[in-house]
Design a binder for this molecule. Structure first.
Ligand code: SF4
Length: 320
């Protein structure tokens, strides 16, 4: 795949996600693969930044950005490819090996000399990679030739494998995708694993997988066409994580919150409809359980309702 000019928007110190201190746009661009992609933020950004390009959202690699983490002195948690999917079929495995080699170099602190006698200590950095294509991730990372290629690029043996500073994750926006993707994730060689239920589009039972997970993120959808998230969907995941001792991070309600004042109760609430207006009625499981009235108030107002830091737990990066 040919490198190309990038947006520049995904590079550097701020990541655009609250749980990382930097983003690393080694690839950009993607193609939708499931319901969670319908209102993809990354593709929307690329359409805006690359408005004059023929294929503004086409997957592409950015080798000129590969060395960026080696220039960051303070240790950072880095979100990899925030405007794309690193494991998209259009990204060569050889290029992914180059990404892994940089992450391997950043797994331990390193000294950078300046003047004649002085040196600064850089890193180490932690990297988080989220994909909706765990099958390809599995097939690449399970292949001994991939590890050999990373070692060759590194110029030495890899001290710890899987890399101890890399956390792999999949998106699980519905139960169907949760079962499919997480069962592949848990068999993929990884030091740490996480699941992102964002945007959460239906009830998801993570209980069977929690023993193999190190972190769970949940969030509602944002944007003009955002779909609502029933409170029972995310509170169930929160409670299951608490019971299993898995850190739980509630990112956002999205654009919609429950409006208890507009719930008269009664049979009409059992209907699940997405109206054109600001209000929608959802139930917890599609079977008429726990109907609630959701109102679109915008993500800024909805964020004010976040329940403090207690819902924003971070992974420990320690073996469980
Ligand atoms: S996989 Fe991720 S980056 Fe790709 S279209 Fe879907 S949401 Fe966007």
């Amino acid at each position: 795949m040919r490198p190309s000019r990038g947006t520049g928007a995904s590079v550097g110190r701020t990541s655009g996600v609250p749980w990382a201190q930097a983003s690393w746009g080694v690839t950009e661009g993607c193609t939708p693969i499931s319901e969670g992609c319908t209102n993809c933020y990354g593709l929307a950004m690329l359409r805006r930044f690359n408005a004059r390009a023929l294929e503004p959202t086409a997957p592409r690699c950015h080798p000129e950005r590969l060395e960026e983490p080696t220039h960051w002195r303070k240790p950072r948690t880095v979100f990899v490819s925030p405007l794309g999917d690193l494991f998209h079929v259009a990204i060569d495995a050889d290029y992914i090996a180059r990404v892994w080699a940089v992450m391997a170099r950043c797994s331990e602190p390193w000294r950078v000399r300046y003047l004649q006698t002085k040196a600064n200590v850089y890193g180490p950095h932690k990297f988080m990679i989220l994909t909706k294509r765990p099958d390809r991730m599995w097939s690449i990372l399970s292949d001994q030739r991939f590890k050999d290629e990373v070692a060759r690029l590194l110029g030495r043996d890899i001290p710890v494998w899987p890399l101890p500073n890399v956390m792999l994750g999949v998106t699980a926006e519905t139960q169907e995708w949760a079962g499919d993707r997480i069962s592949t994730l848990v068999t993929t060689p990884a030091a740490f694993r996480f699941v992102s239920c964002e945007p959460l589009l239906g009830p998801v039972n993570l209980r069977p997988f929690l023993v193999d997970l190190d972190w769970v993120i949940v969030g509602g959808e944002r944007g003009p066409k955002a779909r609502p998230m029933h409170p029972a969907w995310w509170t169930r995941i929160r409670d299951d994580c608490a019971a299993a001792g898995v850190p739980f991070y509630f990112k956002s309600h999205g654009e919609w919150v429950r409006n208890v004042y507009a719930e008269p109760g009664g049979a009409e609430l059992l209907k699940v409809t997405l109206k054109k207006g600001r209000e929608v009625i959802l139930d917890a499981d599609g079977r008429g359980t726990f109907p609630v009235n959701m109102e679109r108030i915008g993500h800024k107002a909805a964020d004010l309702l976040l329940d403090g830091d207690s819902l924003r737990e971070m992974p420990t990066w320690e073996a469980r």
